[in-house]
Design a protein around this ligand. Structure first.
Ligand SMILES: *Cc1c(COP(=O)(O)O)cnc(C)c1O
Length: 388
């Protein structure tokens, strides 16, 4: 089932049904599959047939989930992982050799930064960073051994926007593989392949599940690159479990309606914060005051579920604000039905020096809200009383 409409692809992309003709996709809890005879078994192992052999390689539930993401992102092929980080790690490990080099935006997910700074260097793979407002420096960072250009947009936690088309053009000019972590936007709001991305990665743990239940990840894009990632993964074992794949595939059916409501609530929350006298600034891509508002509107359907703002009074005011929150959750997740507030300077980014924190756009008073699906008035009222 191929549809140009993301909503339809998310619902109607399905694998073959069993003899029971289930309307909704069943759960395939099986670790392996049987062969008709010796010839069937030989041909299957020789990759002459596309079929399920063992659930570390593929499973009908993960295949359905991956196919939906491919349809939504406009990708040729993909592979599903147990977590977002296993998708990130396996993608880099499959594509890079010792001595290779990555050029990445500095504002990326914390564990991805740890991967680049502390883990990949064990195999002599190095990374150079550009800051969000230093796009013109990218070409100076590219070396003869650079293989990958990497970015997230919107960024975490400062909600900045990177020009994906510009990055795509730089990657093409220098023959780099352009990879985008599209987790914050979801395939409903933004399809990086349109702007030149070769691969798109998601942590499905966030808005794709959207209900805070399971971990998962996926990489989709160019078929040749995915073949390398697939062969790496089927031998190293980061596969998504059939149960989680079943949950995630079901979740995709409601992703467009959920995300639209998240965005609606987030815009209302951002507008409320913008006019508050205890707030220095608010960052939300679809607020006119966002420095990259026009770019956000070009790349994204709506503004996303994450709002960042700076409370007056620095790190202490940030901590006090968190202690005064009543309804919203203090939690490390995002993209849940439940709204979540975090204070990056004292939690996720506490290990960085203040200088490094400011480089990624994180001041002491910066608060990140993952706006959920509660009634917008209740979210705003909680923020209002906590700001007092
Ligand atoms: C959460 C997250 C990840 C990692 O995903 P896990 O499922 O937690 O492993 C990667 N990138 C971004 C942008 C994220 O928000």
């Amino acid at each position: 089932m191929n549809s140009k409409h993301i909503e339809t692809a998310a619902i109607r992309t399905q694998i073959e049904r069993t003899q029971f003709l289930e309307h909704s996709n069943p759960l395939y809890l099986t670790s392996s599959y049987i062969f008709e005879d010796a010839e069937d078994m030989r041909a299957s192992f020789a990759d002459e047939k596309e079929r399920n052999i063992y659930s570390r390689y593929s499973n009908p539930n993960s295949s359905e989930f991956v196919e939906k993401i491919c349809q939504m992102e406009g990708a040729e092929r993909g592979y599903a992982f147990a977590t977002g980080m296993s998708a990130v790690f396996s993608t880099f490990a499959a594509l890079l050799d010792s001595g290779d080099h990555i050029v990445s935006c500095q504002s990326i997910f914390g564990s991805t930064q740890t991967l680049f700074n502390n883990i990949l260097p064990k195999w002599n793979i190095s990374t150079s960073y550009f800051r969000i407002n230093e796009i013109e420096r990218i070409e100076n960072l590219i070396q003869p051994n650079t293989k990958i250009l990497y970015a997230e947009s919107p960024t975490n936690p400062a909600v900045d926007i990177l020009d994906l088309e510009l990055l795509g053009n730089i990657a093409k000019k220098h023959n780099l593989i352009f990879i985008v972590d599209n987790c914050f936007a979801t395939p409903y709001l933004q399809q990086p392949i349109k702007f030149g991305a070769d691969l798109v990665i998601h942590s499905a743990t966030k808005l794709i599940d959207g209900q805070g239940r399971v971990l998962g990840g996926v990489t989709v894009g160019n078929a040749e690159l995915i073949q390398k990632i697939y062969l790496f993964s089927r031998n190293t074992g980061p596969a998504l479990s059939p149960f989680n794949a079943w949950i995630l595939s079901k979740s995709l059916e409601t992703l467009p309606v959920r995300v639209e409501k998240h965005c609606d609530n987030a815009l209302k929350t951002a507008k409320f914060l913008k006019n508050h006298d205890k707030v220095n600034f608010v960052k939300y891509p679809f607020l006119k005051s966002h420095p990259q508002h026009e770019l956000a509107k070009k790349q994204m359907k709506f503004g996303g579920s994450i709002v960042a703002f700076e409370i007056k009074g620095g790190i202490d005011a940030g901590r006090n604000f968190l202690n005064s929150i009543k309804l919203l959750s203090l939690s490390a997740n995002l993209g849940d039905t439940r709204s979540i507030v975090t204070h990056p300077a004292s939690t996720t980014h506490a290990k960085l020096s203040e200088e490094d924190r400011l480089k990624t756009g994180i001041s002491g008073g910066l608060i990140r809200i993952s706006v959920g699906l509660e009634h917008a008035e209740d979210i705003i009222n909680d923020l209002k009383q906590a700001l007092k």
